[in-house]
Design a protein around this ligand. Structure first.
Ligand code: TYC
Length: 101
């Protein structure tokens, strides 16, 4: 391979560097029903019932749980959707995002 094509390949590799992923985090509270949290995880995050139940129980027992990781924009959109749905039902459920280490 010539010097030129090696240089081009290196430039391409730099351009397609993986974007930083952001965690979507479910926070516990004393008011949102467990059943609603599970349904929200199923509908907003397309998570199956057994895994949704496990994530909900982790947040319930430990205070928080990682739902999934996405690019920054998708993570923030999903968190907004979860909060919006909860507010429509009158629940104070909170979902936040943070960059992965
Ligand atoms: N702690 C809530 C209850 O006992 C259930 C719950 C679980 C709420 C997880 C939020 O992220 C949560 N009804």
């Amino acid at each position: 391979m010539s010097d030129t094509s090696t240089k081009n390949r290196t430039e391409t590799e730099l351009k397609i560097a993986r974007p930083k992923l952001h965690k979507v985090i479910l926070l516990n509270d004393d008011y949102t029903p467990r059943e609603f949290v599970v349904k929200m995880l199923e509908s907003v995050f397309r998570i199956g019932e057994p895994q949704a139940m496990a994530i909900m129980m982790t947040a319930h027992q430990k205070g928080s749980a990682v739902i999934a990781v996405f690019t920054k924009e998708i993570a923030e959109t999903k968190a907004d959707e979860a909060i919006e749905l909860s507010q429509q039902f009158g629940f104070p459920l909170m979902v936040t995002t943070e960059p992965e280490e």
